[in-house]
Design a protein around this ligand. Structure first.
Ligand SMILES: Cc1cc2nc3c(=O)[nH]c(=O)nc-3n(C[C@H](O)[C@H](O)[C@H](O)COP(=O)(O)OP(=O)(O)OC[C@H]3O[C@@H](n4cnc5c(N)ncnc54)[C@H](O)[C@@H]3O)c2cc1C
Length: 320
């Protein structure tokens, strides 16, 4: 049986999160079932995405559902399409359905699981075997090992748990899907996309994050300057977001984005467990805080006990 991975994209480019999800699929295939990996690209005018998907290492087949009903990947339309693909051929084709644990993935997968009448397995970070997975619970303070006996495993994948496969090197076949699922119960009204020249938080290799210690939004300019020097993304604690210093798409943590960059610099962030839940898997953590007792120092590889308003400008000068 094969593994169906739902591609994350914007009709123009394949999102990096797909490569981490394919990596998880490869591990499932390697640990027992040995099936092919198929990538579903559902969108509108998404031929370029399908071409890119066919290049992804380890993918055997790309299924393309190119129709206006999928233009904005409304889950009400996408979920029945996925369920239909799984149920074709008497349900013998797919043993697993995987998607990234992004907003899109979290939107569509529970509906797929409900349509297939199985439990969803959420945010896996490790594959033990084809039925058994590890996932964080209690804001990442414990790891649960879960085993599923469901006929089809519907799984969301936490990207930080799996190193991305190569975006190139594959040569999958591309197959168009003719049937269209248009539930007609929702419509796309609009979207507001934050525009930034800096890398996207969840894909960035370096993140500089600020907390309540920044005192106000204007002071974040200090971090933007350092981030631009380092080619980094800028994140924030929830306290900084709630105080209105920065928009909430910058929030890192349990109720924000989960990140695991090569380098995470936490500035004026105390290190509450809900913040750590979003960044503690970063490869190298640097903390700048004037309170030497701040819990962030317990997870930091390098800690600087200092006033950030002195330390950050000094850091910026040292980088030049
Ligand atoms: C259900 C739930 C979900 C949550 N989800 C999230 C989440 O997703 N992400 C998140 O971040 N939080 C989350 N929180 C909130 C979390 O509990 C903390 O309140 C929050 O992370 C604190 O943010 P902070 O570290 O910026 O602020 P504080 O805890 O106030 O820490 C500010 C730090 O700045 C330091 N500081 C102050 N001035 C300076 C200076 N001049 N120089 C150097 N250091 C200085 C202080 O010493 C202090 O350590 C959640 C809470 C709940 C209950």
């Amino acid at each position: 049986m094969a593994i169906l991975v739902i591609a994350e994209h914007d009709n123009a480019a394949l999102a990096a999160a797909t490569l981490n999800t394919v990596a998880a699929a490869q591990q499932i295939a390697a640990r027992a079932i040995g099936g092919d990996i198929h990538l579903l690209v559902a969108g509108s005018g998404c031929a370029a995405v399908a071409e890119a998907a066919a290049q992804v290492a380890g993918v055997a087949k790309v299924l393309v559902a190119d129709h206006s009903a999928y233009a904005h990947q409304l889950p009400e339309n996408l979920a029945p399409l996925i369920a239909q693909l799984v149920q074709e051929q008497g349900g013998k084709e797919y043993s697993h359905v995987l998607a990234a644990a992004t907003s899109n993935g979290k939107n569509v997968l529970p509906r797929v699981a409900a349509l297939l009448d199985v439990d969803q397995i959420s945010e896996i970070v490790k594959v033990i075997d084809a039925d058994t997975f590890q996932r964080p619970i209690y804001a990442g303070n414990a790891i649960a090992t879960v085993q599923s006996s469901a006929a089809v495993k519907v799984i969301s994948v936490r990207g930080t748990g799996f190193d991305a496969v190569a975006a190139e090197g594959g040569s999958a076949s591309i197959e168009a899907i003719a049937s269209v699922c248009d539930a007609g119960i929702s419509r796309f009204v609009g979207e507001e996309i934050a525009k930034s020249e800096r890398p996207e938080l969840t894909a960035a290799k370096i993140i500089v994050s600020g907390g309540r210690g920044m005192q106000n939004g204007d002071n974040f300019q200090l971090l933007y300057g350092v981030a631009d020097q380092l080619g980094a993304a800028v994140g924030a604690s929830r306290a900084a977001v709630d105080a209105g210093f920065v928009p909430n798409d910058m929030q890192v943590g349990q109720t924000g984005k989960i990140v695991a960059p090569e380098l995470y610099v936490a500035v004026g962030i105390s290190g509450a467990i809900q913040h750590l839940a979003g960044m503690k898997d970063s490869k190298v953590i640097v903390a700048i805080n004037k309170d030497e007792e701040a819990p962030i120092f317990q997870v930091a590889d390098y800690g600087l006990v200092a006033d950030l308003f002195e330390a950050v400008p000094n850091l910026s000068q040292a980088i030049v």
